[in-house]
Design a protein around this ligand. Structure first.
Ligand code: DGI
Ligand code: FE
Ligand code: FE
Ligand code: FE
Length: 186
């Protein structure tokens, strides 16, 4: 229901200029993966542009979305790092009118991954991790894997993210563990 310009305007109005450049780089990376793995570029663009739509929403608004959408109460113990995908997809649907469930699911699991992931969900999950502005120790390796085997890239990212979270003594969201158990454990 949007021209690209309208969608870009709505997304950029929700975030800092810095985060918006991240979003544009995720789209660029996701379209590269889309071509390589033969996804649907229109859906890839829309999902990439909207994946962090709710990242800068105040916590109280996100908690209200969780309640109104009858999402699990267990979610409340986490923070916007987890909410912005799971609950953010509700805002993308309600505020942007994007109703494609494949796109909404890709947004929902872009932070944690999932046991079952569509090609679109894998592309967004991986592109978010390896977009060319990212700078962390294993990003070059992750990028290389992303360009050779998408499922291996999902596994690598999931393992590295869990290692990072454990090092921080962060609270692990159960879905993050589910993703690890499915994609990493041999
Ligand atoms: O929104 P982005 O910064 O582009 O990236 P993201 O949505 O993939 O990740 C946001 C943050 O969420 C990142 O710092 C890692 C963190 N995260 C991922 N899984 C978990 C988690 N944080 C906690 N506490 N628990 C998790 O299971
Ligand atoms: Fe995100
Ligand atoms: Fe991510
Ligand atoms: Fe992101």
């Amino acid at each position: 229901p949007h021209t690209r310009d309208v969608l870009l305007g709505k997304v950029s109005s929700q975030m800092s200029a810095k985060r918006f450049t991240h979003v544009l780089r995720v789209e660029e990376m996701a379209l590269e993966l889309c071509e390589l793995y033969q996804g649907n570029p229109e859906k890839v663009s829309i999902a990439a542009l909207t994946h962090d739509y709710a990242k800068e929403r105040p916590d109280d608004e996100m908690i209200q979305v969780i309640k109104d959408s009858h999402l699990s109460d267990e979610l409340i113990s986490y923070g916007n790092a987890i909410w912005h995908g799971v609950a953010g997809a509700e805002l993308v649907r309600d505020e942007l009118g994007i109703t494609d469930e494949d796109i909404l699911d890709a947004i929902r699991c872009h932070t944690t991954g999932a046991k079952e992931m569509s090609l679109l969900a894998k592309i967004i999950y991986v592109a978010d991790y390896v977009e060319r502005g990212r700078d962390f120790p294993v990003v070059a390796e992750a990028r290389k894997i992303a360009l050779s085997n998408l499922d291996e890239a999902v596994a690598f990212e999931t393992k590295q993210t869990l290692l990072y979270l454990v090092k921080q003594e962060a609270l692990i969201y159960p879905k993050t563990l589910e993703t690890y158990n499915h994609w990493v454990v041999k």
